[in-house]
Each structure stands twice: as C-alpha cells, then as structure tokens.
Design a protein around this ligand. Structure first.
Ligand code: OAD
Length: 253
C-alpha cells in the first residue's frame, strides 16, 4: 500500500543517486525457487541445512550436488521484466547501484552492470586453499566435488550462513545506501542481515525507502511506500517503463 506523496517514477526522475536491493523474489517469475517459499526444498533439505561451511565440511559431494541442481535449473531460466526494469533504471539515473542477494546471475544476464553481488554467484567456484576463482560451465559438472588444479576442493563462490560477507562488497553497498536519495527494495523477505540493514541505513540518512514485494515484510513498517504484487508486473509499471525486454543481447552468466 502506498502512503501517499509522489509516485515512484517521479521520485526516480528527481533522484541523483538510487540504490536497489533485490532478493530471491525478483527471480521468482523466472522460475527460480525462493529460499523461504514453497519449492525452496531440494530432496528433504532446506537451504539452511546445505548452505553452511559445516555442511560442506561434512559432505562436500551433497552440497555440490545441490548447487549443480540449482545451476541446471537456473540455466533454463531467463531474466524477467523486473530484471529488465532494473537495467532501464540503471541507465536512467546519474548514480546507481544494484545490491543483490541473489546468486543466480540473472541480473547480469539481463544487462545490469553497476552491481554488487553481496552473497556471491553460483556460476563461480573458489579454491578452498588458494582462494582463486574460476567460472563454472552451464553443463553438469563432470566431477563432484570438483577440485582445483592444486588438488584441494573447490567450493561454490557464495556466502554461506555463518560466513562474513566480502568486506569490499559490503562497504560499497553501505556507502551507497548512506549516500543515496532513493532506496528501492524488491523481492526480499528482509530477514538476513546485513543485507536487510541497508534500507535502514538509507532511511537513517534521509532517503525514502520504497518496497515491492508479494507480501508485507519486516521492512514494510519503515518503508515510505510498500507495493504488494509481483515484481515483474509492478516494477515496470511503477517506474513507467514498457514491458519490452532490453534491446541489447544478454551477456552470459
Ligand atoms: P526469501 O526466499 O527469504 O524471500 C523472498 C521474498 O520474495 C519474499 O518476501 C516473497 O514474498 C517475495 N516474493 C516472492 N515472489 C515474488 C514476486 N514475484 N515478486 C515480488 N516479491 C516476491 O529470499 P531472500 O530475501 O532473497 O542467503 O533471502 C535472503 C537470503 O537468505 C538469500 O540471499 C540467501 C537466503 O538464505 C544466503 O544464501 C547467504
């Protein structure tokens, strides 16, 4: 429900610095299961049972099988109108930053460039000894669990529960949140910190916070406007953009 005042398109037109925070809900209409909704389970496991260093230490094969399943699922998905609306927004405002909690790579495939992937990206692996990064193929992995050339296990290049966010990514997000004049939150349950603190920081620094989500969240009470519905329908409409996909070809994930 909107609380009055200018519409989102007017706020964007007047803004110099815009930050957008996204969560799994932005990819839901692409067919990617959210974490806390139905369809978030794989076999009998919840994300919280698998996305931890302890789970990886106990059974790296199981954790890699889950990520391999997710990559195969996401490889068949395409960015939706919400992803494309965010790309249009990036090109419209002078200073822009997309902060995503999503690891699916769909924002990048849609064409987003000014972006921080706070929780990493499941299309990359990282050597558990050297920290070197490598891209993963769209095809199923030949070897599970995969190993680095140095012989040590590779791990998904994502942030797991109980792990700290990469300091440069978090600092960039915090700096942008504290300096923006408009903060948009799309499709996140806003229960995982520090990502969920970013809109609070923006509000403390005087920026209006606008939320788009299927349902109310812990952020709804602090948001200047909260719009309930599907991001792929609502976001282009609120921003005054056409639903046509971005004219530029998507870059590979
Ligand atoms: P969640 O699954 O917790 O929340 C998804 C949110 O999207 C919910 O609030 C839904 O109401 C909303 N939603 C679903 N479909 C939508 C749609 N079509 N349009 C708009 N909103 C929609 O996912 P996240 O908030 O992203 O962390 O979860 C945050 C983090 O917790 C994830 O990055 C992950 C997870 O566990 C790590 O893996 C570290």
């Amino acid at each position: 429900m909107a609380k009055g005042g200018p519409g989102l398109a007017e706020r964007v037109a007047a803004a110099q610095r815009v930050v957008v925070l996204t969560g799994a809900g932005v990819s839901a209409e692409s067919g990617v299961p959210t974490f806390r909704g139905t369809g978030g389970l794989w076999r009998q496991y919840r994300a919280e049972d698998l996305a931890t260093p302890e789970a990886f230490g106990r059974d790296p094969r199981l954790v890699w099988e889950w990520y391999d399943w997710r990559r195969q699922l996401i490889a068949r998905c395409a960015p939706n109108a919400a992803h494309f609306a965010i790309v249009h927004l990036e090109r419209q405002v002078p200073e822009f930053l997309l902060v995503t909690q999503n690891v699916d790579g769909l924002h990048r495939r849609a064409g987003s460039v000014k972006m921080v992937e706070l929780h990493g990206n499941l299309w990359r692996a990282r050597c558990s000894r050297e920290g070197t990064i490598q891209d993963l193929p769209e095809t199923p992995l030949a070897e599970i669990p995969p190993r680095c050339a140095c012989g040590w296990l590779l791990r998904p290049d994502v942030v797991w529960f109980g792990e700290a966010l990469p300091p440069p990514a978090l600092e960039r997000a915090l700096l942008a949140a504290s300096a923006c004049d408009l903060f948009l939150v799309v499709g996140t349950s806003a229960v995982v910190h520090p990502a969920a603190s970013l809109p609070v920081v923006a509000k403390e620094h005087g920026a209006p916070v606008i939320e788009v989500n299927l349902e109310p969240t812990p952020l709804t009470a602090l948001a200047h406007e909260s719009h309930h519905g599907k991001a792929g329908d609502l976001l282009p409409r609120l921003l005054g953009f056409s639903l046509a996909p971005d004219p530029q070809p998507p870059t590979p994930a």
